[in-house]
Write a protein that binds this ligand. Structure first.
Ligand code: GLP
Length: 241
């Protein structure tokens, strides 16, 4: 894994945006893998700014998102569909038909997971996958476990994840207990992966990630097997290195 330590959150966002800009300038039809959570918000602000400055054109861009809560419709403010529309898609010239997320509102989430994997398999590739990392080391919603699924699946969220994400909901009881997530195999198929990490709360997991081991109990450690991973870390998240 290539590691870049930058000053702060803004620098993480700007560096990630410039990597996306270089990719989009080098290829006409790009498939971007996108993430939610608070970490990529600054990146999406930068992309919107670049679009407004006519530096980026998303008319031929396709996006795939990592995950979605089970039971939330796209109109729910805490759904990841709403998040993506609100923070990025509604502000750029992307065709919403080319933006893919698992269908969390499906009455049959298991089938929705299979359908999403099929949608992914129809794409030629994911050129660049953006990832955040959970304080417990999860990527997308692949929670630490004895074994991990390769393809898109329904997952039970761990109590630590429900607690971490409760800040977005009115109460912890409203946080969905399950989600549909791309598997580690689907994520690892991306040509390139950029992981964004910011803030002191991520310092312990970043420190763990730097040892010489991989473990399904630390799902982000599996990224060490991927040949093209860039970790962009701010000084706070790197403070225990
Ligand atoms: C959620 C998402 C992950 C994200 C993680 C970290 O659980 N499913 O994709 O990486 O949160 O979120 P944050 O960036 O808010 O710390």
């Amino acid at each position: 894994m290539e590691i870049k330590i930058v000053k702060d959150y803004q620098a993480v966002s700007e560096l990630a945006a410039s990597e996306i800009e270089s990719l989009m300038n080098s290829k006409e039809e790009v498939v971007l893998g996108l993430a939610t959570g608070s970490t990529p918000v600054g990146l999406y602000k930068e992309l919107v700014k670049m679009y407004q400055q006519e530096k980026l054109d998303f008319s031929k861009t396709t996006t795939v998102n990592l995950d979605e809560y089970v039971g939330l419709k796209g109109s729910h403010p805490q759904s990841y569909r709403y998040f993506m529309n609100d923070l990025l898609f509604n502000h750029i010239n992307i065709d919403l038909k080319n933006t893919h997320l698992p269908d969390g509102a499906s009455e049959n989430p298991q089938q929705a997971a299979v359908d999403y994997e099929e949608e992914l398999s129809k794409l030629e590739t994911i050129d660049l996958q953006i990832l955040g990392i959970g304080t417990n080391g999860h990527i997308a919603f692949n929670e630490p476990d004895d074994r991990l699924s390769l393809s898109t699946h329904v997952v039970n969220l761990l109590p630590s994840t429900i607690e971490d994400n409760a800040r977005f909901f009115e109460s912890i009881d409203e946080v969905p207990k399950t989600a549909i997530t791309m598997g580690v195999g689907s994520i690892m198929k991306a040509q390139r992966i950029i992981v964004l990490v910011s803030g002191k709360s991520k310092a312990p997991i970043v420190a763990q990630l730097m040892d010489d081991y991989v473990s399904t109990q630390l799902p982000a450690s599996l990224l060490k097997f991927h040949p093209r991973v860039l970790l962009i870390i701010d000084e706070d998240a790197a403070s225990l290195l």
